[in-house]
Ligand binder design. Sequence first.
Ligand code: F6P
Ligand code: MN
Length: 345
Amino acid sequence: MTTKSLDAYLGAWAGADAGRIAVARTIGAIAEAGREIAYLVAEGPLAGDLAAAVTNNVQGEVQKHLDKHSNDSLMAALKQAPIAALASEELDHPYVVDPSAGLLVALDPLDGSSNIDTNVSIGTIFSIMPHITGKNPATHDAFLIPGHRQLAAGYVLYGPQTSLILTVGAGTVGFTLDRRSGTFFLTAKQVAIKEKTKEWAINASNQRQWDDEIRSYIGECLAGTDGPRGEDTNMRWVGSLVADCHRILVRGGVFLYPADKRKGYTEGRLRLMYEANPIAMVVEQAGGRAITGRERILDIQPTALHQRIPLIFGSTTEIERIERHYAEPTAGEAPLFGKRGLFRE
Ligand code: F6P
Ligand code: MN
């Protein structure tokens, strides 16, 4: 199969535009680190214990060997890119590269770390934003830019295949790593999320902690043909945001990580700047939608670099259905979670 390489795709998109050339070089650096991480992930236990705990990160979560290695690889590659600074889940504060440069990068270096030693897909998520003149790139404030201003976003998925999913604001495209040549080749020219779906993804173990709107929506999914939805549904939950997102790009569906009542989860679990925003841009550019429940993710004005946010994204008809649950709270709970329901408390 002969197809365009990532470099050729970016070269054609950037042309002679200096701003685009800088974005293209930055994506190239991320892809280079992604390739190196992909080879390491594929070695699994032959490369040592990649899931071994190293320390705690800024989120108070255990940082594993592969989290740290991925962060180091991306930093090393991005030091050569025309960026002012990068922010990462693994760093408390931004790392300054060249304060006079016009771009900022926010990274989740290794998403889905709970799956590192299970041989299940994990990934790197990235967001490329403008560095606003006058803002000190060493400060968190410089990064607090709403998602609709991202210049490019995407993820590298380390699965049976290594995929690079990318948007530069002109649709969402997909590349696959050719391990023989080390080149990413264009294999999906225009990703389009199916409008309708019956497949949903949520960590159902938190059901009793959800708000009423999520409980009623999931209740309807579970009720299937016996409920108001009138059709049976299916559930999938990988536990790696990148892998769940990828499945939705390929065959439709909806992903939910809502806020819930647990300590530390009242604003959701996922991070706005380097998880929700880039995934939302990829999803919207593929024809889907991404919301908190009440608001569009890309419209949110961030207030903190490591801020968490409820994240719901996927096929448009399903997002509209969820919005109706938020708009009409009196719609009540579906039979399975209702007063006489199977899952009542
Ligand atoms: O990065 C956070 C993350 O690992 C996501 O990849 C995934 O969607 C989520 O957490 C899984 O959370 P939980 O373990 O609560 O199901
Ligand atoms: Mn993550």
